[in-house]
Write a protein of this length. Structure first.
Length: 166
């Protein structure tokens, strides 16, 4: 019987409404062949679940956590305070302040609790996945090769000269 390897990256979010943004992280991880698991873990509505997840993430085999949150956006920082794993925070775009509240909440961490903060929304989710893959690639040559191929394909997709739009 083949043994299933544990996921390398946890993609967590505060609610189901964050999934349309965080799915970009999941899709990007899948593209570069990084094993991941996606979970809803709210700092405010399911604090016991968040605490249990953060405290056990390393033992579960995770190497990196990507945490998406909107509004007060406490999930990335609270998770980072409870785990030794690197945490990348993705601010979710909110209706009220277009994600600026989320960005400021995630980026303004006290010294000693590190959260790598990405851009608001889709670009941040994609880049969080690419950063997570780069961390995994330090010890996984297969991921390193796939990440290099992803980057080469991304570069190859850029035109050398502009074309007139029709």
């Amino acid at each position: 019987m083949a043994q299933t390897l544990p996921p390398q990256v946890a993609v967590i979010m505060g609610s189901q409404s964050d999934w349309p943004t965080m799915k970009h992280a999941a899709d990007t991880l899948a593209q570069v062949g990084v094993r991941f698991d996606s979970r809803i873990v709210s700092a405010h509505r399911t604090p016991d679940r968040m605490y249990e997840f953060a405290k056990s993430a390393k033992a579960e085999g995770f190497q990196v956590i990507i945490a998406g949150a909107g509004g007060a956006a406490h999930l990335p920082g609270m998770t980072a305070s409870l785990t030794p794993l690197p945490v990348f925070g993705v601010p979710i775009e909110s209706k009220a302040l277009s994600g600026q509240d989320s960005l400021l909440s995630i980026v303004q961490m006290p010294a000693g609790i590190a959260v790598g903060t990405l851009a608001i929304g889709r670009p941040g989710a994609i880049n969080a996945a690419l950063l997570a893959a780069a961390v995994i690639a330090l010890s996984d040559q297969g991921v390193a090769d796939r990440l290099e191929a992803y980057r080469a394909a991304h570069s190859a997709g850029v035109a050398q000269r502009p074309i007139d739009s029709v």
